[in-house]
Design a protein around this ligand. Structure first.
Ligand SMILES: [Zn+2]
Length: 161
């Protein structure tokens, strides 16, 4: 196999959770890694499929919420982007472009390193203890905030240099 044909990424068992996606070759900062594909469904269809919050916890890597209306459901017809785990200190980010989601590297990533992005799930209303357990983060990074939920909005601090 030539180097050109060698895939950029591959799926294997992750220490974070279940399966994960790993760099098979060196990925440079800013490089587009993969498109997050699946079926684009609206809120009514999502409700019909019965993905409540507890299902989200089991399938959370397979649903990508685009906005209040639409979600990408990668459960059956999705790209392997669905196996990318969450990290509070990620090396990738999800980029929205022309109604499509792409995963792009925000750092240089060496072969063998697991790819992650910040899921930053939005949760409406108060969190119960069950919710907290559901969204508990095990990314293991030093910056881990303990949850895969989006951090509460904070005012940005500006410092004079
Ligand atoms: Zn974390």
């Amino acid at each position: 196999m030539s180097l050109i044909n060698k895939p950029l990424i591959r799926v294997k068992k992750s220490i974070i959770q279940g399966r994960g996606v790993f760099a098979a070759r060196r990925i440079r900062k800013g490089q587009r890694v993969i498109e997050y594909t699946g079926e684009i469904i609206d809120q009514a269809e999502e409700d019909r499929r019965g993905y409540d919050d507890s299902a989200m916890s089991r399938h959370h890597t397979f649903l990508f919420k685009i906005d209040d209306e639409y979600t990408i459901d990668a459960t059956h017809r999705g790209s392997i982007a669905r196996y990318i785990n969450h990290s509070c200190d990620p090396n990738c980010e999800a980029v929205w472009e022309d109604s499509r989601i792409f995963i792009e590297a925000i750092r240089n990533i060496q072969p063998g390193v697991e790819l992650c992005y910040d899921y930053a799930f939005e949760h409406e209303g108060r969190l119960t203890e069950e919710d907290k357990a559901l969204y508990f983060c095990r990314c293991g990074s030093k910056k881990c905030r303990g949850t895969i939920l989006k951090p509460k909005r904070r005012r940005k601090k500006h410092r004079n240099k």
